[in-house]
Design a protein around this ligand. Structure first.
Ligand code: URC
Length: 319
């Protein structure tokens, strides 16, 4: 939400601007131990963009019907699409900064821009190699993925005439991870309201959104600085920690995922979690001698957790 100096909220914009850019510049990042991801060819660099503007001078468009300074949201859509072609970088964050800075340069009466983008993921597919030896990734055919995806949001305000990044947040959303055994939940408050049995080995299914902020926003925007954090590595760190840990709760699990992320990426100032408990309902329990069980979809209502961590959390032992 963008506020004017008066404290009044004023904004307008366009949502669901779908930009399917092909052959953007490839992204290259340093490896981390938990992930095979070291970059993206960016042959398909696709986004769903939401773009909103604000400015003191737009007040009369609301109060007097004065459209003289109104850039039509249809024109905003065209601006986003055409400038996506001009973007020479390789990241969602860079694209957002590029478009919004250009927009504020083009329209000097705009005081602030708030925008976000969901990356629309396309996965590589294996095809038989031309040389006839095995399989190799196709450079032509991709598969649209409806799994988790990266996103970013950003707010730019004008300072001394020039657009500056005021705030930013990057994310991976809609991660859905199941660990079939090795998780427990016991020792919680037992009183007259408790019906949940203690569980020493539950199949833990979590829905997870993870958000992060850089200490220096430039590291998010310019992958050339070498400190860009890709959502794919955050995803891979998360499932590694889930695999490694015997977790007593989702709370403790996400804390340890956060510690690992902040350890791997000292350039991040903050990491934030929103988790949802979708643990399958047990129909036929496993036993010590037989790991087979049968489970079904849990019924609502669903539990959730939220947690924010900073680099300061690494100064405590945490084990
Ligand atoms: O990991 C969990 N944390 C909770 O706080 C909780 N509460 C609950 O009913 N199940 C779970 N699981």
């Amino acid at each position: 939400m963008i506020k004017l100096r008066s404290g009044r909220t004023l904004y307008y914009g366009k949502g669901d601007v779908l930009t399917y850019r092909t052959y953007a510049n490839p992204l290259s990042v340093s490896a981390v131990p938990e992930s095979a991801y070291t970059g993206d060819s960016n042959v398909i660099f696709a986004h769903n963009v939401t773009f909103a503007v604000s400015g003191e001078q737009l007040l009369t468009s609301f109060t007097e019907g004065d459209n003289s300074l109104v850039v039509a949201t249809d024109s905003m859509k065209n601006f986003i699409l055409r400038n996506t072609a001009a973007y020479e970088g390789s990241t969602t964050e860079g694209l957002l900064a590029f478009i919004s800075r250009k927009f504020m340069d083009r329209y000097p009466h705009i005081d602030a821009v708030e925008l976000s983008a969901d990356r629309i993921p396309f996965q590589t597919l294996e095809v038989t190699s031309q040389a006839g030896s095995g399989l190799e990734p196709s450079s032509l055919v991709y598969r649209r993925s409806h799994n988790d995806h990266a996103s970013a949001s950003m707010k730019l305000v004008r300072k001394d005439g020039a657009p500056r990044i005021d705030s930013h947040e990057c994310a991976i959303t809609d991660l859905q991870l199941i660990k079939v055994c090795g998780s427990s939940f016991y020792g919680f408050v037992r009183d007259e309201y408790t019906t949940l049995p203690e569980s020493y080995d539950r199949p833990l299914f979590i829905f997870l959104d993870i958000f992060w902020k850089y200490d220096q926003a430039d590291d998010a925007v310019d992958a050339g600085l070498g400190r860009y954090v890709p959502a794919e590595q955050i995803r891979d760190i998360t499932h590694n920690v889930f695999h490694e840990m015997k977790s007593p709760s989702i709370q403790f699990l996400i804390y340890h995922v956060g510690r690992r992320i902040l350890t791997r990426f000292p350039q991040l100032a903050e990491v934030r979690f929103e988790s949802n408990n979708r643990t399958w309902e047990t129909i036929v329990d496993n036993t010590e001698n037989d790991p087979a069980g049968v489970y079904t979809e849990p019924r609502p209502p669903f539990g959730f957790q939220g947690f924010t961590m900073t680099q300061e959390d690494l100064t405590t032992d945490g084990e």
